[in-house]
Design a protein around this ligand. Structure first.
Ligand code: ZN
Length: 448
């Protein structure tokens, strides 16, 4: 008897591995057969999709973002600044966020990610001014609407200026409020099952905006509910100086002192480590989300990716927030990783396959998952298909390399959990022009 809901993605133009050069078969939300070149499925299928014009990748996985920041791209107060002055300029603007702003900016970010090849997105939301208590619930609803797999982190700030921190007092919450809401969100939205579409993690924002007690409480709660932990760390020299002054130790020592040196943790940026710290992070299996555009734009530095990986850290790629990128284009970020990391490690070590591996298997490992990030039997059917007919590819030789070297911007088709979510370069069931118009109106309210 014929299997229901089977689809053969037939003979792609190029793939990451020869193991599926002839395509693959999907049954429901999973990959059920890989076909080497010239082979047909072992059983009859319900439908066939001709991928002969497409480069086929596992869906890309974005390991760090702040969706709400799509409202403050290129904001006038933040131009040409480095991290601390950039943040102190933007905190008062972000303190004015309203529920509809979170709803619309989340849709914008998710649509932009989908259109650039991303099937799983992590977000770090840490602003909960009065009236915005349901920010993460809003994000869950929007992710479900667009069909993107998400890891939403309950961010938090508890160290205001009055306690020696960087953010204004109006943007911080008490530890008790943060912990109660974190637990509520885990119980309500965290899906532990294989193939989960929504997972929740805990994410105190950074050493300079969070109390030591909150770091410790978050680690305990994460342990208790078996969820992951995320934060920004070792992004700038200013942060190292802050940690030394405030806590009398460097960022990694601080991380260890609050119980965070574990494989439950993945960090955004991870730039300013010494050799001994890299060894300790690797031994603990701490993941690192490399965010090349943000690191270049804020002049923060270069993540020592290969050293971290050699020490044992999973390395993934994140676009970071759209106020420090200022885009959410995942395939473009993969190219940025290649360019920036070549400056540090050279062209032979940093290949297009290497950076694609970071953006797929590496990011999946950062998020603690083995059911996504790869094209293999039993994995989730999360696929990104790119055509090479835009002008920047005219004359390109190797199709897979062309995707990165020529600067692909947009996927033609995206599948998440076996369902098409982008067809012919458009997000399914979304009026993108109306969405962009509303985002522009809401962003304008944050300029004045
Ligand atoms: Zn960030």
């Amino acid at each position: 008897m014929q299997n229901p809901n089977t689809l053969w993605i037939k003979q792609p133009l190029a793939t990451l591995s020869a193991a599926y050069a002839g395509g693959l078969v999907i049954t429901g939300n999973r990959i059920t057969e890989l076909l080497p070149s010239g082979q047909s499925p072992s059983m009859s299928v319900d439908a066939v999709y001709d991928a002969s014009q497409h480069v086929l990748l596992p869906g890309l996985i974005n390991a760090h973002h702040h969706f709400y920041q799509t409202l403050t791209r290129a904001h006038p107060v933040a131009l040409n600044k480095e991290l601390f002055s950039w943040l102190t300029s933007l905190y008062p603007v972000w303190a004015r966020l309203e529920p509809e702003m979170v709803e619309v900016s989340t849709q914008i970010a998710l649509a932009e990610l989908l259109l650039s090849g991303c099937s799983t997105a992590s977000d770090h939301h840490y602003l909960f001014p009065q009236g915005l208590e349901g920010a993460i619930d809003i994000q869950v609803a929007q992710a479900q609407r667009l069909g993107v797999r998400v890891h939403l982190t309950r961010g938090s700030m508890s160290l205001g200026q009055e306690q020696g921190g960087l953010p204004p007092q109006s943007t911080v919450q008490s530890e008790d409020v943060i912990m109660a809401d974190s637990e509520r969100l885990i119980l309500r939205h965290h899906d532990r099952t294989d193939g989960a579409m929504v997972r929740v993690a805990l994410a105190p924002c950074s050493p300079f905006s969070v109390s030591t007690e909150l770091m410790k409480m978050s680690a305990r709660l994460a342990e208790q509910h078996d969820v992951q932990l995320h934060t920004h760390l070792a992004e700038t020299h200013d942060e190292t100086a802050f940690c030394q002054k405030m806590f009398g130790m460097r960022p990694v020592d601080y991380l260890e002192s609050v119980g965070w040196l574990s494989n439950r943790v993945w960090l955004a940026h991870g730039i300013h480590f010494n050799e001994q710290e890299i060894g300790r992070l690797g031994q603990a299996g701490v993941g690192i989300a490399h965010c090349p555009s943000s690191n270049m734009l804020l002049a923060s530095g270069q993540c020592p990716t290969l050293d971290l990986e050699a020490a044992g850290c999973p390395v993934g790629i994140g676009v970071d927030g759209s106020a420090s990128n200022d885009g959410s284009n995942m395939i473009a970020e993969v190219r940025q990783a290649l360019l920036l990391q070549r400056l540090r490690y050279g062209a032979r070590k940093i290949t297009h396959q290497k950076v694609l591996d970071w953006a797929t298997r590496g990011s999946a490992a950062c998020l603690g998952r083995d059911d996504i990030g790869d094209i293999a039997v039993g994995k989730q059917a999360d696929l990104a298909l790119f055509r090479l007919d835009d002008i920047q590819f005219a004359g390109a030789g190797d199709p897979l390399a062309a995707l990165i070297l020529c600067g692909a911007q947009r996927a033609d088709r995206m599948m998440v959990a076996g369902r098409w979510r982008v067809i012919d370069g458009a997000v399914c069931a979304l009026d993108i022009e109306a969405l962009k118009a509303r985002q522009r109106e809401l962003a304008a309210q944050l300029i004045v």
